[in-house]
Design a protein around this ligand. Structure first.
Ligand code: NAP
Length: 246
């Protein structure tokens, strides 16, 4: 495993689910962390953790958070835009436009805010950095009932691609990082959906029956290898975590 002891990472959406799992794994490998979510991050503030309440939809909040983390730990080696929502779920024709706008404010503008904050940090300090924007199979394939989520994750992929075009010569590598299926609150929400709102629900119920999930530790190991192990550096900007073999 690549040595990441002492490296600095920021994770948004680190109160529960995958973000919390990444935080625990990174901390266990000796990293210093900046963690945020709207509610309390999974690890409290300490000598090695800056933990703050941040809504990624708020312009400027992540700039301030980046400055706080850099003030404590110096250069940020890895920035993970993990925070996202899944709802609204259901046919587009029945969905309130305001609910879609609220979704895009988190899943698209939240990633824009995090990406801008990290680019500004790197440009000011110089040096190299890695950006991981959490993507999904929903970026590549439409699912009936997930208009907002599919649109937002496709947007994340394009934002990531453009970020590379603009920043690769300035030390930034950006990845649209699909974790595979991880059993979090988001998956619980999916499995509770009636088929009339989400017709593909049976596929996700079957994944749960067979426990065909990627663990957060498996995703975290893969992400750190992509970020810091030159031998495992991907060729393109899209990365999908392979299914965990147990
Ligand atoms: N789970 C999967 O199978 C799967 C598959 C593909 C991709 N992904 C992606 O992986 C990422 C993590 O998903 P997950 O399954 O862990 O989701 P989750 O269990 O629903 O957790 C989402 C996290 O995002 C935070 N968050 C939501 N809105 C926020 C906001 N406005 N500002 C700051 N933080 C916010 C939540 O914390 P608060 O509520 O406290 O703010 C929580 O910590 C997402 O980008 C998701 O799209 C997940």
């Amino acid at each position: 495993m690549v040595d990441v002891n002492g490296r600095v990472a920021v994770i948004t959406g680190a109160s529960r689910g995958l973000g919390a799992g990444l935080a625990r794994h990174f901390a266990g490998r000796g990293m210093r962390l900046g963690l945020c979510a709207r509610s309390d991050p999974v690890l409290p503030g300490s000598d090695d953790v800056v933990a703050t309440s941040v809504d990624v939809a708020e312009a400027g909040a992540l700039d301030a958070f980046a400055a706080e983390v850099a003030g404590r730990f110096g250069a940020i080696d890895l920035w993970v835009n993990n925070a996202a929502v899944l709802e609204p779920i259901g046919p587009l024709r029945d969905t309130e436009a305001g609910d879609i706008a609220a979704h895009l404010a988190v899943n698209v503008m939240g990633v824009v805010h995090g990406t801008q904050a990290y680019i500004r940090h790197l440009r000011a300090r110089g040096g190299e950095g890695v950006l991981a924007n959490l993507s999904s199979g929903a970026a590549d394939h439409g699912y009936a009932g997930w208009a907002a989520y599919c649109a937002s994750k496709a947007a994340v992929d394009r934002l990531t691609e453009v970020t590379n075009l603009e920043e690769a010569d300035h030390g930034l590598r950006a990845y649209a990082f699909s974790p595979g299926v991880v059993d979090t609150d988001m998956q619980h929400l999916i499995r509770r959906c009636p088929p009339e709102r989400f017709p593909a629900v049976g596929r996700f119920l079957e994944l749960a029956r067979t426990q065909a999930f990627n663990s957060p530790a498996h995703v975290a190991t893969h992400l750190l290898a992509v970020a810091f192990d030159p031998a495992q550096r991907p060729g393109g900007y899209k990365v999908r975590v392979p299914n965990e073999v147990r």
